[in-house]
Design a protein around this ligand. Structure first.
Ligand code: NAP
Length: 501
């Protein structure tokens, strides 16, 4: 049976069409923020589909010790839902999760969320101008507009290592932490040295008996300079919200100012960041041999820059070994490296990141002319401003292709996408448009420009990272300033779309 989504409660006041069901997929930052912005625009006819049993997205799932955001919380929170209560500069995962639950409560969103409901298929009906969404339980729903807020870094990636499944101790991914298992006194391995590992290593090093960190590629690390906010400071921010906005403003513009050090392919600029990071390495690690192993040999910014005041220094602890010899095989009781050495283990922590393949299209999506998104994206994910795809009308993506930053808060990008999406929805509703479909030539022109600029970005300087697809193209990051992306994206421009009535 095909259920229409709930009716728009705001119809009578807005004078808009009586029935305009909107489906939002996902209830992380993007989904909740979109729902709030819709409510603020007087549009209440949305349902959020969430495959898990609670809101929170990445901050619900990443509960590993040390998990925290590496963007200051005054900036890594919604600009229209700022909080003076962050306990520290870089809030930990649990606090961000609480923040997301609190805005859900404040805007009374739970009643519009269908939890434990995974969308597994979406198909557009051109005549009706509606999407039919099918759930894992084989229920179907129709929606006039779909806003895909499924997130990019969601599904854990397990490394393709021989014998991974033969290990008989405990083995788990950072994004699926096993809180039942007590690491105290155990021999533990961490595989991977990215953003997750850099947080988990210092958080567990003093609990475990032995920690072996398997590093394939060292990472550039810079100081974090975290701090706890005093009660007095929080009270002052609560009393004078302008100070909170000022804190956000300063973080935002400082990131923009120093952004080119991190995103441009410019040796002179990169050397500024590199020098700072090497000074940090010297201050943290006294042993020159260890320093040599930890020193990256690719350009600063090419992979995500990591921030930590404790990661590098962890390697000087007597119970920690940095293993740089490649893993040959995981055996039932430990790991063997290519040099023939075998290290016995009780537990292995997989810190190898996330599956990105089709992050914005995690299930079959069929648009105009029965064309699947898999087919449209066979040469790589492309969208207009990362949000709309020619041939897939009334479908908006948040955190879609080429909308990630390497230098600032991703929420600057997602908020611009929310504004764009809400302004499109307002127009479609008000003018009774059946569907809007981005013009193919507009999408192509936009992406040609984007990929042209990509050549001048540091991510194209030869290192291997999750930013790059298998063919070496970058379909993840936006090659420029966040402010630029926000300005060019915020408003829905009807001339870029075919408006079918
Ligand atoms: P990641 O950055 O993709 O790092 C994965 C690590 O695993 C890399 O060191 C990689 O080595 C290694 N690896 C992968 N396959 C391997 C294999 N077969 N054998 C040995 N090592 C292997 O993943 P992540 O650390 O989970 O972070 C992913 C992204 O999530 C981050 O870039 C960030 O955007 C986000 N994140 C954010 C935060 C935060 O804000 N605080 C925290 C965590 C994650 P190579 O470098 O050689 O490939």
């Amino acid at each position: 049976m095909s259920n229409p989504l709930p009716q728009d409660a705001s119809n009578s006041s807005s004078g808009a069409s009586a029935d305009f069901p909107i489906a939002i997929i996902g209830s992380g930052f993007s989904g909740l923020g979109t729902a709030i912005q819709l409510k603020k625009a007087g549009i209440d006819s949305f349902t959020i589909f969430e495959r898990a049993s609670d809101v929170g997205g990445t901050w619900r799932d990443n509960t590993y010790p040390g998990a925290a955001c590496d963007v200051p919380s005054h900036a890594y929170s919604l600009s229209f839902e700022q909080s003076p209560d962050w306990s520290r500069r870089f809030a930990e995962s649990g606090e961000i999760y609480d923040y997301l639950k609190s805005i859900t409560h404040k805007w009374d969103l739970r009643k519009q969320i269908r939890f434990n409901t995974e969308i597994v298929d979406a198909r557009f009906d051109e005549a009706a101008g509606t999407w039919t969404l099918t759930t894992g339980d084989d229920e179907t729903f129709t929606a006039r507009v779909v806003v895909s807020c499924a997130g990019g870094l969601v599904d854990p990636a397990n490394p393709d290592i021989k014998g991974l499944h033969t290990f008989t101790g405990k083995i788990f991914h950072t994004a699926r932490w096993n809180h039942e298992y007590n690491l105290a006194g155990r021999r533990v391995a961490v595989i991977g040295t990215g953003a997750s590992a850099v947080q988990v290593v210092p958080a567990i090093v003093d609990q475990v008996e032995q920690l072996d960190v398997y590093q394939r590629t060292p990472a550039w690390v810079v100081p974090k300079r975290d701090k706890v906010y005093s009660e007095r400071f929080k009270r002052v921010l609560g009393r004078f919200p302008i100070l909170l906005r000022a804190s956000r403003f300063v973080t935002y513009w400082m990131s923009e100012l120093f952004g080119p050090i991190v995103f441009l392919d410019n040796q002179r600029l990169a050397s500024v960041g590199k020098r700072g990071s090497l000074m940090h390495l010297r201050a943290q690690v006294k042993d020159p041999d260890l320093r040599r192993k930890l020193r990256p040999n690719f350009q600063f910014g090419c992979k995500r820059i990591l921030i930590s005041d404790e990661y590098w220094s962890s390697f000087e602890k007597p119970n920690v070994e940095l293993v740089t010899d490649p893993i040959e095989e995981i055996k039932s009781t430990g790991i063997q490296t290519r040099d023939g050495q075998f290290r016995p283990l009780d537990a292995i922590i997989i810190a190898t990141g996330f599956e990105l393949g089709m992050a914005s299209a995690p299930f079959p999506i069929t648009g105009l002319g029965d064309r699947s998104l898999d087919e449209a994206w066979k040469d790589g994910a492309v969208a207009y401003k990362g949000m709309t795809i020619a041939g897939f009308p009334n479908w908006f993506i948040l955190m879609g292709p080429n909308t990630g930053p390497g230098h600032t808060s991703v929420l600057v990008y997602t908020e611009a996408q929310m504004d764009h999406t809400v302004s499109a929805i307002k127009k479609i509703r008000k003018e009774g448009i059946r569907y809007v479909d981005v013009r193919k030539e507009v999408q192509d022109h936009y992406n040609d420009g984007l990929q042209g600029r990509m050549k001048h970005m540091v991510w194209s300087t030869g290192c291997n990272s999750w930013y790059l697809s298998k063919d070496g193209s970058n379909r993840s990051l936006y090659p420029g300033y966040a402010a630029e992306y926000a300005v060019r994206t915020r408003r829905f421009q009807p001339r870029d779309y075919r408006l079918i009535r």
